[in-house]
Design a binder for this molecule. Structure first.
Ligand SMILES: [Mn+2]
Length: 332
């Protein structure tokens, strides 16, 4: 079994190195998140000294503070991809994603596709392309760790830190799609990573301009049944709603909480519970007839177009709808 797996990596590595020529300029494309950023760096490590140049590009805006902090500590430039950019490169790779996933990828002749999402058709790739898609893996970083090991490369401290974070985020700390290889890669990378940096990166959740609305919101906490409720009149980013509701759940006395706010013509409502109350059905009952609402026992979300909200006080509306929904069953 083990032998079979390693020979698969051996074949893939040989194929990858066969693609390498000093004449080539490579561009590694990603839909940037921690696992994709780490996988791109690992692929660059494999290509370095074997090809003329390796650059990165992403197709998405990077907004989360932890992702920004990861890139900053890695000292990596990952500009936004534009079709004109493609002209400057002779080989293309995509990691943690597949060409069919995004319109920006569709016409690019990828020489390397390494991914862990469900297999889709790979069009436009040259015949010598290395296509390695392993949907059972929890993280693409795990697959790249297999490549590095097989190539006899020990990842440096920051690369190991990034890969560790990628595995942690994609497997949601090993509570989501995971296989033994993810745990093995995690263990090896743990020994090489910078854990202080990793804590700093993963703990990066806020931006300075969020502090004022956040502290104002905390001072306006209200009760709804046995739970707590906060409304943001203007939220700079709906991520802040999630951070606030998660923050409330860190308070010992709070067993369930709802945080709502207005963003881009919508009222976004995030709900959390320790399980005492099913917030999925609460979201459904309170907001289902006004917009998209759903979730499960402990996590839920609703997004309601402002036009669907009667009156001119969305905060009051949200609170009243929650109270009504609670009253329908019991007093909560
Ligand atoms: Mn991934």
């Amino acid at each position: 079994m083990v032998q079979k797996k390693s020979s698969l990596y051996q074949q893939s590595i040989e194929q990858l190195f066969k693609l390498c020529s000093k004449e080539d300029k490579w561009l590694i494309l990603t839909m940037a998140d921690p696992d994709a950023i780490a996988s791109a760096l690992a692929l660059r490590r494999l290509l370095s000294h074997r090809v003329g140049e390796v650059a990165f590009a992403r197709i998405n805006e990077i907004k989360r503070p932890d992702n920004l902090s990861l890139l900053a500590y890695l000292r990596v430039k990952m500009p936004m991809f534009s079709p004109e950019m493609a002209g400057g490169y002779t080989r293309f790779a995509v990691v943690d994603s597949q060409p069919s996933h995004h319109a920006e990828f569709a016409d690019i002749p990828f020489s390397v596709v390494i991914d862990h999402h469900p297999v889709t058709e790979i069009l436009n790739s040259p015949p010598d392309a290395l296509i390695d898609v392993r949907p059972r893996y929890g993280a693409c970083s795990t697959i790249l760790m297999g490549y590095l090991k097989t190539a006899g490369i020990r990842p440096g401290k920051m690369l190991a830190t990034a890969m560790l974070y990628g595995i942690r985020v994609d497997t949601r700390n090993f509570t989501y799609k995971t296989m033994p290889a993810d745990a093995r890669a995690f263990r090896s990378l743990s020994k090489l990573a910078d854990h202080d940096k990793l804590n700093r990166i993963s703990g990066n959740e806020f931006f300075l301009p969020w502090i004022k609305p956040f502290s104002k919101a905390l001072n306006s906490i209200q009760s709804v049944g046995s739970g707590k409720f906060i409304f943001f009149n203007n939220v700079p980013n709906s991520d802040l709603l999630v951070l606030t509701v998660d923050f409330l759940m860190r308070i010992h006395e709070v067993r369930w909480a709802v945080v709502a706010g207005l963003e881009n013509g919508y009222m976004v409502v995030t709900l959390r519970s320790d399980g005492i109350r099913n917030v999925g059905s609460l979201a459904q009952k309170a907001f289902g007839e006004f917009g998209a609402a759903g979730g499960h026992q402990t996590m839920a979300r609703a997004e309601i177009p402002l036009g669907n909200i009667p009156g001119d006080n969305p905060g009051e509306f949200a609170l009243n709808r929650l109270r009504q929904a609670l009253g329908r069953k019991n007093k909560g």
